[in-house]
Design a protein around this ligand. Structure first.
Ligand code: HEC
Length: 243
């Protein structure tokens, strides 16, 4: 074989090797972290594992504030009652009267426990639960940090009671509860959520499909994280069961 053809054959072989490698499955973006092995189907890779003792602002605190306090007329950017805006980490930090040296004296926390009209959210809205209040206090006690984690959501074993209902309670029920619910839509029970799943509005609104009001509200709020959208879609596609 002349040197030129040998080179040509080698180059061809190299090309085929590289090309076929490229067709092998490539796992991109897999970071070291614990693998969830509790489900019996494909394990979900947790990108930033959640520490059960830490409070995560994006996942745990902001949704409570967004759905109970940041409505129009209250603490959204336009209304900013008493200068308090509770729509993002930076705004909560700069306007929420956070007192790191005396956490329970922080304006945002104290207001949750006031009586009468001073209580936030004011009547007829319902007060935050003891659990929600404790979480906000704990967040301040831990330094009011902007921690995020991607591990709280798991697409295996999606049920209404363990996955969909807690998500609705956290992110939607503040505006879609029993008191003047947004758009007249309540999302507190299985039947109520299923009704919106069946008429297409639940998916259309959270997926920001055209023709639907984008949720969470107000317009311009971040879409729910992809994994949360996935679990709701999985639940809807499985028949929106009361499981
Ligand atoms: C801050 C308040 C607020 C939050 C939080 C909120 N909503 Fe809404 N929602 C509204 C209001 C207000 C409307 C009525 C909007 C309109 O008609 O312009 C509405 C309308 C809707 C509609 C009807 C959409 C349509 O196109 O007709 C659905 C479905 C809905 N919300 C689901 C949700 C879900 C699911 C969540 C949680 C992920 C959520 N909402 C969070 C206030 C809120």
């Amino acid at each position: 074989m002349r040197p030129f053809s040998a080179l040509f054959v080698m180059a061809t072989l190299l090309f085929i090797t590289l090309y076929s490698c490229e067709r092998d499955p490539v796992f991109i973006g897999e970071l070291p972290g614990p693998i969830d092995t509790t489900g019996d189907t494909t394990p979900v890779v947790i990108l930033h594992p959640c520490d059960p003792d830490s409070v995560y602002f994006e996942q745990q605190v902001l949704p409570i504030l967004a759905s109970n306090c940041a409505q129009s007329g209250c603490h959204d950017v336009q209304s900013h009652e008493e200068g308090v805006i509770l729509t993002s980490y930076d705004k909560v930090k700069s306007t929420g009267g956070i007192n790191l040296s005396n956490p329970s004296n922080s304006k945002i926390y104290k207001s949750l426990n006031e009586s009468g009209e001073e209580r936030m959210p004011p009547p007829p809205s319902v007060a935050l639960t003891a659990e929600q209040k404790a979480l906000i206090l704990k967040w301040i006690q831990q330094g009011a940090q902007n921690l995020t984690c991607d591990g709280a959501c798991d697409t295996t074993n999606v049920t209404f009671s363990l996955v969909v209902k807690p998500l609705m309670d956290l992110k939607c029920v503040g505006c879609h509860g029993n008191n003047s619910p947004g758009g007249g839509i309540k999302l507190t029970t299985h039947a109520e959520v299923k009704a919106q799943a069946d008429n297409g509005k639940l998916w259309g609104s959270i997926n920001h499909d055209s023709g639907y009001k984008a949720m969470p509200y107000p317009a311009g709020s971040n879409k729910m994280p992809q994994c949360e959208l996935d679990v709701i879609r999985i639940w809807i596609e499985a028949g929106a069961l009361n499981n």
